[in-house]
Design a protein around this ligand. Structure first.
Ligand code: ADP
Ligand code: TRP
Length: 323
């Protein structure tokens, strides 16, 4: 069984990426073959020709390994190194109605942000479906913002099965309710594009500053504060564990802590939770050659899987597929 996910190399990995999708992926490595890729083609839909794209891509690979994905047992590659994914995207786009895509909520909101959104952005969900179908994935751990994209992918898989006989897998999205949307420091969804993230591998002082800037209500010291429904409470629930969180939340209700102290506790809990990963990340970043080797051998394997699938698929839809 295959569990696959991709992350766009558009910035630093944050708490929302980890708890929303990557933690689930890493946990599944006990029972699944894990396929993790750097979605660099998807990054181009909004960050055209970002100068340091390859550097951000390598950093992303170092990050996922540091967080616990074993590169010797799982597959890690860059999306753009397998051109078959674009070929499949084109074939899938011929099966996708314009009106159907035009109704997608991600594209609808892109139309509010960009005056003239690109055709690449319009095709975003079709490329994502190609990513998943090309590697015949069973499970796809993602955050809630990807739910509609997953529905589009499932629709396309089912459509293909009706056309060419039922051998295309219909993937299952893995979206965990309690972390479906991790809030950002301003209370909106945590996202690189809102500038409200807590980057996992940033230096300590920067992270401390971010925690200190989180806005809270103006309850005076000694008065009860309610951690539930607060941004800091969400972070503490994730990094402290439920039992310690409940003890702290009760103490806060008794007025034993003020928000300033809670911020410090949340910062310490964050640093402790990611301590091992952060040390490993620094080691990996000092050894770029190893990262490059992981990517290069992953690219080769992913390409072989992609071209096998395309040969079979092209034959099934009646295209000549001589090698
Ligand atoms: P961003 O919105 O910061 O650019 P990405 O689009 O690169 O993040 O997301 C990578 C993965 O992390 C996706 O599966 C996405 O659903 C998940 N994810 C991102 N932000 C959050 C969040 N705030 N809560 C839960 N999951 C998230
Ligand atoms: N769309 C995802 C995001 O914005 C990234 C992505 C691209 C992806 N292709 C994928 C996720 C395939 C899961 C499976 O975060």
């Amino acid at each position: 069984m295959i569990a696959l996910t991709g992350v766009r190399p558009t910035g630093e990995l944050h708490l929302g990426n980890y708890f929303g999708a990557l933690k689930q992926l890493i946990t599944l490595q006990r029972d699944y073959n894990i396929y993790f890729f750097v979605a660099d083609l998807h990054a181009l839909t909004t960050y055209v020709f970002q100068e340091n794209l390859s550097e951000v891509s390598e950093t992303l690979v170092a990050s996922i390994i540091a967080l616990g994905l074993d590169p010797t047992k799982n597959l890690i590659w860059t999306q753009s190194s397998v051109p078959e994914v674009c070929e499949l995207m084109y074939l899938l786009s011929c099966l996708t109605g314009f009106q159907y895509l035009n109704k997608g909520h991600a594209f609808k909101s892109a139309k509010d942000t960009y005056k003239n959104p690109s055709v690449g952005l319009f095709l975003y969900p079709v490329l994502m479906a190609a990513d998943i179908i090309l590697y015949q994935s069973d499970v796809v751990p993602v955050g809630k913002d990807q739910q509609q994209h997953m529905e589009i992918c499932r629709d396309l898989s089912e459509k293909l099965n009706k056309l060419i006989g039922s051998w295309i897998k219909v993937p299952q999205a893995l979206i965990l309710d309690e972390v479906a949307v991790v809030p950002g420091t301003d209370g909106r969804k945590m996202s690189k594009s809102y500038g409200n993230t807590i980057p996992i591998f940033a230096d300590k002082d920067r992270i401390l500053k971010i925690f200190k800037r989180i806005s809270t209500d103006s309850t005076k010291l000694g008065r009860p504060i309610d951690l539930n429904n607060s941004v800091l409470g969400s972070y503490l629930k994730l990094t402290l564990g439920l039992e310690s969180y409940r003890t702290l939340a009760n103490a806060c209700l008794e007025g034993k802590y003020g928000w300033g102290q809670v911020k410090e506790i949340a910062f310490e809990a964050f640093m402790k939770y990611f301590e091992t990963a952060r040390t490993k990340f620094l080691d990996l970043m000092r050894d770029r050659e190893t990262i490059k080797e992981v990517i290069s051998s992953g690219n080769e394997k992913a390409r072989a899987i992609g071209s096998d699938f395309m040969r079979k698929f092209k034959k099934a839809i009646g295209l000549l597929s001589y090698v």
